[in-house]
Ligand binder design. Structure first.
Ligand SMILES: [Zn+2]
Length: 68
């Protein structure tokens, strides 16, 4: 007798908001205390060190690490 396996629990649907843009981060990655959506991940990846946005992203990511 095989029991159906529930891969996704209905209890496990908290609001996952991207820590950077506050957008929907359901497909994002979990980072310490929060989530980053795919869009922001791409932005971070395409940002150069020394860019104004880079400093912004790093600051936001630091918040997550410190909160976690
Ligand atoms: Zn985002």
């Amino acid at each position: 007798m095989a029991k159906p396996v529930r891969l996704v629990s209905s209890m496990d649907t908290p609001s996952r908001k991207c820590h950077i843009c506050q957008g929907d981060a359901l497909d994002g990655v979990r980072l310490a205390a929060g989530y980053i959506c795919p869009d922001c991940l791409r932005l971070i990846g395409g940002t150069q060190v020394g860019d104004t946005m880079y400093a912004y992203f790093v600051a936001r990511l630091k918040e997550l690490w410190q909160a976690g």
